[in-house]
Design a protein around this ligand. Structure first.
Ligand code: SF4
Ligand code: SF4
Length: 142
């Protein structure tokens, strides 16, 4: 494989992590995935989600984040109700079987705030004054 693979990790600082987690032992059969290339960021889908699992992804210009914003769905909280796929005026949300949804997410997600590259997490940790290395050293000396 010639192209270097990017490793994504959960962004622990995203406000979605403060929201209630999905209840129930079994994951839903279907999960919703946004095809971000077709998303206009209109936010219609957000209004109809009963578990508030659709998150805004700001556009590339930090001074005007609403311009070219898009959305992504937190697969760990989606309950598969299909509201969003029916509501989207641009038909850019598809329901996938649970096991296929993660591959589809990888193919269709152009920009994510819920999952970030490992390097970006290290950067965030240092901005928040958190050093994993330091924690390990503290454990060793405890
Ligand atoms: S399928 Fe339902 S629960 Fe999942 S993101 Fe869409 S509206 Fe929310
Ligand atoms: S309704 Fe469709 S186009 Fe509008 S923000 Fe949601 S996914 Fe994007």
């Amino acid at each position: 494989m010639s192209e270097e693979q990017k490793i994504l990790v959960e962004n622990p600082y995203h406000t979605a992590r403060l929201k209630p987690v999905r209840k129930g032992k079994k994951p839903p059969k279907l999960l919703a995935v946004v095809h971000q290339s077709g998303c206009t960021g209109c936010e219609v889908c957000i209004q109809g989600c009963p578990v508030d699992s659709i998150e805004l992804v700001p556009g590339p210009d930090a001074s005007n984040p609403a311009f070219r914003q898009t959305v992504e769905i937190d697969l760990s909280r989606c309950i598969g109700c299909q509201n969003c796929s029916q509501d989207c005026p641009w038909e850019t949300i598809t329901m996938y079987h649970h096991d296929d949804a993660f591959i589809a997410w990888g193919n269709e997600t152009l920009s994510s705030e819920l999952y970030i590259e490992e390097d970006a997490l290290e950067q965030l940790n240092s901005e928040y004054g958190i050093s994993l290395k330091k924690d390990e050293e503290t454990e060793e000396t405890a």
